[in-house]
Design a protein around this ligand. Structure first.
Ligand code: FNR
Length: 170
C-alpha cells in the first residue's frame, strides 16, 4: 500500500503543512510508503469552461492525477476558510474531474485539517466530505480535525486515527 498526503495551504508557516509532515511521520513509522504533495503544486488558473476549451487541463492537475493514480490511499490536509474549502484546493478538485479519467473514483480518502480555533476544521471537513463523495471517492467515516493548533504545537493530533486509517484495507 502507499499513501499520498496532499497539503491544502501553500503559506510559508502553514499549520496544515506541519500536520502533513506529522501524518507522514506516523505513516512512515507504520511502514507505509508516503508521498507528499505540496499545495503549491495544486496551483492552476481558476476553472473556466472557455479556458478549458482553449488550453485543456493544466499540467499541475495532470501531475496531481498521476500522483493519485500511483497510490492506494489519499489524505487531504485542508485549512478552513469561512467554514469551508479554500479556493486553491476546491479549484484543483474541480479541474481534476475534467480529466478523461476521474482520479478520485474508488480512491479511499481521509479528510484532515488543523486550525487555531477551538472548533478545529470540522466544518470544512463536512464540506469536503460532500465534495469528495460527489467525485466518487470512498471517504473514511472519521475526520482528523486538530483544534487549537499552531505551527509549534498540534496538541490535539490523533495519532491513533492515522494508524487506524493505514491499517484498514484500501
Ligand atoms: C481563516 N481561518 C479560519 N479558521 C477557522 O477555524 N475557521 C474559519 O472559518 C476560518 N476562516 C478563515 C478565512 C480566511 C480567508 C483565512 C485566511 C483564515 C483561520 C485559519 O484557520 C488560519 O489562518 C490557519 O492558519 C490557515 O491554515 P494554514 O495556512 O496555517 O495551513
Amino acid at each position: 500500500m502507499s499513501l499520498l498526503i496532499i497539503a491544502g495551504s501553500s503559506r510559508e508557516d502553514s499549520i496544515n503543512a506541519v500536520l502533513q509532515q506529522r501524518i507522514a511521520a506516523v505513516a512512515t513509522a507504520a511502514g507505509e510508503a508516503c508521498h507528499l504533495y505540496a499545495a503549491a503544486d495544486l496551483d492552476a488558473p481558476l476553472y473556466q469552461g472557455d479556458y478549458e476549451q482553449e488550453n485543456g487541463v493544466p499540467s499541475n492537475i495532470q501531475k496531481l492525477a498521476t500522483a493519485i493514480n500511483d497510490v492506494t490511499k489519499v489524505i487531504i490536509v485542508s485549512p478552513e476558510y469561512n467554514s469551508s474549502i479554500p479556493p486553491l484546493l476546491k479549484n484543483a478538485i474541480d479541474w481534476s474531474t475534467r480529466l478523461p479519467q476521474n482520479p478520485w473514483q474508488g480512491k479511499t480518502v481521509l479528510l484532515a485539517g488543523a486550525a487555531p480555533g477551538r472548533l478545529g476544521c470540522m466544518r470544512v471537513l463536512t464540506h469536503l466530505n460532500t465534495v469528495m463523495s460527489a467525485v466518487q471517492s470512498w471517504v473514511a467515516p472519521m475526520f482528523l480535525s486538530c483544534a487549537n493548533a499552531s505551527a509549534e504545537s498540534l496538541a490535539e493530533f490523533d495519532q491513533a486515527a492515522i494508524e487506524s486509517f493505514i491499517a484498514q484495507g484500501g
